[in-house]
Design a protein around this ligand. Structure first.
Ligand SMILES: Nc1ncnc2c1ncn2[C@@H]1O[C@H](COP(=O)(O)OP(=O)(O)O)[C@@H](O)[C@H]1O
Ligand SMILES: CC(=O)N[C@@H](CCC(=O)OP(=O)(O)O)C(=O)O
Length: 267
């Protein structure tokens, strides 16, 4: 079975055309590629936290997550957003199942390395691929919210780009990040110029120059770790454009494609 993991960013939900969901259903029904959606929802989480008067802070694109924040993250991602996507796919005559990474230990998780100052921010240590495969075998499109769980039942908030990358790595899938920008760009004389292709060296340079910043940092890092481990193709695609996902599937030049120039050290 060939899989394509589609990561839908919270930044773009409101702007996605109905054709986006129809295209996913069409690809699934054609049968060659099985879509799996992993979604974010950062803006809704921030909005709800603001409404409840809880402070929210990001470090290198990752949200500092206390237990209080976790409650809101779970409610927003595994509730409202996850079920909203399932309904939209259903409206597009698709059959989807919405689950969180906690269900069936889809995402076994541990605290992210580097720092413990991020609180309950996790990274995926294992993906329960047989669970995903069993849904797909039944003709369902999995829609996954990025929370994980450890052996002690502790839940973690996982950046959705990192979660999508982990799924793509586990399945050897293609990976498509759907976001609200035309691709990774820099500004030249006030005009946005999109990089159509980037490799690991250029990405490092752009992060150092702060041209890549904020939420784009975990996205490019997730893209690179996917390419180092088993993922054949990664692009960042503009979800606001009609049929961007189909163009990606057809290998057209669209958004920013990330590709390695150096040899993959291991697969
Ligand atoms: N060089 C860059 N090119 C494009 N977007 C960038 C760049 N650097 C930072 N960004 C930011 O990254 C955002 C996309 O990441 P994020 O907010 O996490 O979105 P999503 O919810 O789609 O994952 C863009 O909206 C933009 O503000
Ligand atoms: C640890 C961490 O930062 N988790 C993210 C999870 C949601 C997410 O990644 O949403 P987007 O894809 O819309 O950015 C957060 O709390 O915002």
């Amino acid at each position: 079975m060939k899989y394509v993991v589609i990561k839908c960013g919270g930044s773009v939900f409101e702007q996605l055309p109905p054709s986006f969901y129809q295209d996913i259903v069409t690809i699934q029904k054609q049968g060659e590629w099985q879509p799996i959606i992993v979604h974010g929802g950062g803006p809704l989480i921030s909005h709800l936290l603001q409404q409840t008067g809880v402070e929210t802070k990001f470090v290198n694109g990752l949200r500092v997550t206390t237990n209080e924040v976790l409650d809101v993250v779970e409610m927003a991602l595994s509730g409202s957003i996850n079920k909203g996507i399932v309904r939209k796919l259903s409206k597009a005559k698709g059959n989807a199942i919405g689950i969180s990474g906690v269900d069936g230990t889809l995402f076994a998780a541990k605290p992210v390395e580097e720092t413990d100052s991020l609180g309950f921010v996790g990274e995926v240590t294992n993906v329960n691929t047989s669970l995903l495969e069993s849904f797909v075998t039944q003709g369902l499109i999995p829609v996954v919210s990025p929370l994980g769980i450890d052996a002690f039942g502790q839940r973690y908030n996982i950046n959705a780009d990192m979660a999508a990358s982990a799924v793509a790595q586990a399945l050897g899938a293609k990976l498509c990040f759907i976001s609200d920008i035309p691709g990774i760009f820099h500004e030249v004389n006030g005009e946005k110029q999109v990089f159509h292709q980037l490799d690991e060296e250029k990405i490092e340079e752009l992060i150092e120059q702060k041209i890549i910043h904020g939420g784009m940092i975990p996205k490019v890092q997730s893209a690179l770790s996917a390419l180092y481990r088993n993922v054949m193709e990664v692009s960042i695609v503009d979800g606001t454009k009609e049929h961007g996902f189909v163009d990606f599937m057809q290998g057209k030049q669209i958004g920013t494609r990330i590709a390695l120039t150096q040899e993959v050290p291991y697969v």
